[in-house]
Design a binder for this molecule. Sequence first.
Ligand code: DOR
Ligand code: ZN
Length: 346
Amino acid sequence: MTKLNIIRPDDWHLHLRDSPFLEAVVADSARQFARAIIMPNLDPPVRSCGDALAYRDRIRAALPADCPFNPLMTLYLTDNTSVDEIRAASESEFIHGAKLYPAGATTNSAAGVTNLSKIAPVFEAMQKYGLVLQVHGEATAAEVDIFDREKIFIDESLTHIRARYPQLRIVFEHITTRDAVEFVRQADDHLAATITAHHLLINRNALFRGGIRPHHYCLPVAKREHHRQALLEAASLGEARFFAGTDSAPHSLQAKESACGCAGIYSAHCALELYAEAFEQCGDFSHLESFMSRNGADFYRLPYNTERVVLERSPWVVPDTLPYPESSLIPFMAGETLTWKLSLND
Ligand code: DOR
Ligand code: ZN
């Protein structure tokens, strides 16, 4: 196989930040993807339809001229999100979900939900109006072992949300465990999951190979190899309720290489190539297009993109650094060789 020709993909989970960082990263995503679900964890967060509209305008203004990239906006749920805001979001054409960050779970999640019972009416409204719930699925109690956070969230929270709101459509974001794969598999079609390229490519050893590796630190943190194998299987078998979401999350070099470094891996510069690299490990590309370009659109009830993209087997080396305001950005796989290269059109 020397060429892979697929429908232009979408990124179902992306962090673009805000000016001036937005301008530094948005073109990377727009080069590969037609659309992306834009995460709302700005500071302050994207809490209202007005915030989302203004952020969308800033994203569009930061795009190269005539670029057709379509940012699909989300709201950030807080303890105070109102049912009216949910109804307005569901009636808008540009908001495609609302994100649940358990308070304290990750970057800019301090304003997140402190107790699920506080947003019961919001879940009810999302179910009623058909607005997708995107979930950062990690338990946040300090005593929970960091490698068990996802499994405990399933047992303590997600199972109950599913039971209580069976018609609520949920995306379990950036899953990292075999437990999550199994949970999604056994569920009905109201539950789907995104999988990042980095969780398909590294296990937790990558955080400590020869010393501490801050550029491999993200949340949820990478898990054991047998969990990575379960993710690879779910992605590469073409199962309909698993799809690509990069969780590309830029932080400056200084914010990463610090005594208390930020969580987040920047993968947007070559996301599609990274996913192709993961599928290469399975030796089967027959479901790459479903995973990258169809399953997510089906779940979000959006049409498929009409353009196509081509990847060529043409090894290349990922740059050591990328430009970032007053700093630099270390991309995932910096200095490593990747097998597949995006060649822009057919
Ligand atoms: O690693 C992560 N970085 N995980 C998240 O959930 C948030 C993200 C960020 O915004 O930096
Ligand atoms: Zn994220």
